[in-house]
Design a protein around this ligand. Sequence first.
Ligand SMILES: [Fe+2]
Length: 393
Amino acid sequence: MDSSKNQKSCIFLVDDNVVNLNTGKAALHHKYTVITIPSGEMLLRALEKTKPDLVLLDIDMPGMSGFDTIKVMKRDPETVDIPVIFLTGKDGTENELLGLSLDAVDYITKPFAAPLLLKRVELHLELHAQKNELRRFNEKLLDTVQEKVQDLNSLHNAIIGWAAEVIEFRDEETGYHVERVQKYLEVLVNAMGKTEKYAAEVATWDKDAFLRSALLHDVGKIKVHDDILLKREKLTEEELMCMQLHPIYGKTLLESLQNKLPDQAVLEYAKTLAYSHHERWDGTGYPNRLEGEEIHLQARMMSLADVYDALISERPYKRAFSHEEAMTMIVEQRGTQFDPELADLFVSLSDQIEEISKELNAVKLGIAKHNPVRLSTTTLNAGELNAGELDVI
Ligand SMILES: [Fe+2]
């Protein structure tokens, strides 16, 4: 029953003594609906059918005592919130403390003065109503906050997705490269979370932010001149050096965004990926020639996903390699280009990776759900691709 509605609140008065039941009812009935119940067992049965606004509960009763009865009530989610006041002849600090420790809201000893009993019942009903109102308010507030967070996340995702599209449109290559790379990474990070070696580290990451950040790994290409970025022929040494500045451009762009939006995990991850995704395990990558575990784990993951997708994609200067060929090339480059253990894990996920890669064929056939078919960002070194040269730019 709900005391917030404009009707009399309902009180269950539980006592094995008829005189006590009558006295209690006489004190309260003009203001409340009082249901008298002669035992703890019968109270529990009554609670299955209806919920009162408050229970006045005797302690010493044949069968279930008041203490046992309240324990059952407080274990049941349906009755845990009903306020219980012990109304008992059992006095003494110890009993009172025990009663209150069992989550009774008050402890009144008999004989009681009727006006005082009425006042205390009023007080507890009022407190209970306020508590309920506060809980409803908090729930509503939480819903509103969650809605706002969702709005912000949507905006966040939309802006990052938009930035990734801008990068891809400039590059005019195959469609949805960054989205596929993001999916390969998701498969990889989930698998890493189940391994002894990586689980602890991966657990510290904000996985959603990390995967969103993957869309921005080539953001630095925005600053590469069209003549170089869109060139179909093999790049000259000088052009290659310009192209290889894109990780540094990416880092700088993301740092300037971080100055405006500090403490955004997605930007921190994106900076790591953008800056280090072309480093190689053997120390011959760029821009810093980092070696082995000097390269951030996330960047080592990105290197695998990025190169795999470039391998299975067609370019003006190369055919699309099959999934099996790409996996073989990755195996051949474990320990040189790629972190060997991570490469092994990536290859072990071959079936899932291949499933995602099939989306590329869907794009080729023009049946991808997005339209128009966009072209992608990763470019293999023109004319330089062989099993020993898997660098993507
Ligand atoms: Fe790149």
